[in-house]
Design a protein around this ligand. Structure first.
Ligand SMILES: C[S@@+](CC[C@H](N)C(=O)[O-])C[C@H]1O[C@@H](n2cnc3c(N)ncnc32)[C@H](O)[C@@H]1O
Ligand code: SF4
Length: 433
């Protein structure tokens, strides 16, 4: 190391002014992206397994009082200068069942969103949909007019007996009908949610569902493992020993075989629970979020991640509406993440995106992530969960199946043993808790 002592320069700029260039001028006023989530907490009938915040509402449409509260919340948050300094990369309507909104309600909400926030030219508009009657032609055409990019169907299974045994309020016939309608109308990207480990699901029923989806070739398929949350009807019945569930190992067999078959037929894994027909159809909303972009949640119980804070709106729908009516922001709890948690979060979600680009994280955080977590990464590699290349850490199929287990290695010590409030299945079939 050599230090030159001249007293020649007075330093008032670093990096030096001769780094300034024309190219970077082009991006000077670019706004940082964020993602919008709008929660519609109403369903025709509540599925036995569901743990999402949603009220059973029969055939009625979403109450106007709730729509008015959403419109007001959009007004309040979009007026925040920091939000005006950003641009929405995606708009996601989730639920509950967003297709329970009437066409007029969709139009009112969309117009409000488009006129309140800065919207990226390539913004991804996504809508969750129950594959049943309320997902009709008029609504899908309206969504096309607004430039919908992705429609996500909660199919769960294409086996009618399994759907019925799990208290699901649609059947395979209605799924096929609405899927064909979405294709006919030209929705650019269709996602289908299915669930593994459902009550009375067998290996054969599961693989039949996979085969039938392979015939339909949706652009994306998401595989959720049935979780028994303590607030679900299914958990109550499980406690009463009304049915038994397959073991964790059997469920893992289903998911391994399902993923393998989808990949054999050309799908690629884009997260540890989903596949796409090609990368172009990867879900921007989730990808951006998991790569560290902010998300702003609107509506009762919505979660947000903004400015390194996690926060949540009032869970109870009436409390949410009352708070908005009183002109108050509806958030009721928040958490400021430490630098360590922010780094852990990026590694966790980077791994769940199945290939973690190390350079990107190293550049962003300013140190060598691999060096910091060498022990953990080596353990995962030796046990066949990941492959380490010069630039990336890739999940193997085994890593994909156990993705949500392996990322726990990166939890901070005091968070390692903490699980969400759901019941663990036994290792052995048929034993209830
Ligand atoms: C909000 S819902 C989807 C949209 C719509 N409400 C529907 O069900 O058709 C998102 C997905 O979460 C999954 N899900 C719901 N409850 C679950 C549970 N207990 N365990 C695992 N996945 C669950 C389902 O696959 C569901 O499609
Ligand atoms: S799974 Fe979907 S349709 Fe069923 S209760 Fe949950 S949010 Fe509603």
């Amino acid at each position: 190391m050599e230090l030159k002592l001249t007293r020649e320069d007075f330093i008032n700029q670093y990096p030096l002014s001769n780094n300034l260039n024309k190219k970077d001028l082009l991006t000077l006023w670019n706004k940082e992206g964020f993602n919008l989530y709008i929660h519609i907490p109403y369903c025709t009938k509540r599925c036995k397994f569901c743990y999402y915040k949603s009220l059973e509402h029969g055939e009625d449409s979403v109450p106007d009082e709730y729509i008015q509260a959403l419109l007001k919340e959009i007004e309040m948050v979009s007026a925040i200068p920091q939000i005006q300094a950003k641009v929405a990369s995606s708009i996601y309507f989730g639920g509950g069942t967003p297709t329970k909104l009437t066409s007029y309600q969709i139009q009112t909400l969309m117009d409000k969103i488009l006129s309140s926030f800065n919207i990226a030219a390539d913004c991804e508009l996504c809508f969750e949909a129950r594959p049943a009657a309320e997902t009709d032609e008029e609504k899908l055409c309206l969504l096309m007019d607004y430039g919908i990019k992705r429609l996500s169907f909660g199919a769960q299974s294409l086996d009618d007996q399994v759907l019925e045994d799990n208290g699901r309020n649609h059947n395979s016939e209605s799924f096929y009908r609405v899927f064909d309608l979405a294709r006919k109308i030209g929705i650019p990207s269709i996602n289908v949610d299915i669930m593994s480990g459902m009550v009375n699901q067998t290996f054969e029923s599961w693989m039949n569902t996979i085969d039938q989806l392979l015939d339909l070739r949706p652009e994306n398929i998401a595989i959720y493992k049935l979780e028994l949350y303590l607030n679900s009807e299914l958990y109550k019945q499980f406690r009463e020993q009304k049915f038994t569930l397959m073991s964790d190992d059997e469920e893992a067999e289903l998911v391994t075989a399902g993923f393998q078959k989808l990949m054999d037929f050309g799908y690629i894994a884009v997260t540890n629970f989903s596949v796409s027909i090609n990368k172009e159809y990867n879900h921007t909303h989730r990808k951006k979020l998991w790569e560290g972009e902010d998300m702003l949640g609107i509506g009762a119980s919505s979660h947000s991640c903004y400015n390194n804070y996690l926060f949540q709106n009032e869970i109870d729908v009436q409390k949410y509406i009352n708070s908005i009516k009183q002109g108050k922001m509806p958030m009721f709890r928040a958490y400021s993440m430490s630098k360590k948690e922010i780094i852990a979060r990026r590694i966790i979600f980077g791994l769940k995106l199945v290939n973690l680009e190390m350079k990107r994280l190293n550049d962003e955080f300013g140190f060598d992530i691999m060096a910091l977590f060498r022990k953990e990464f080596e353990y995962l590699q030796e046990n066949g969960f990941i492959e380490i290349t010069k630039t990336h850490i890739n999940l193997t199929l085994k890593g994909i199946v156990y993705g949500d287990d392996i990322v726990r290695l990166f939890y901070l010590p005091h968070q390692k043993g903490v699980y969400m409030p759901h019941a663990a299945r036994n290792k052995v079939r048929g034993k209830c808790l």
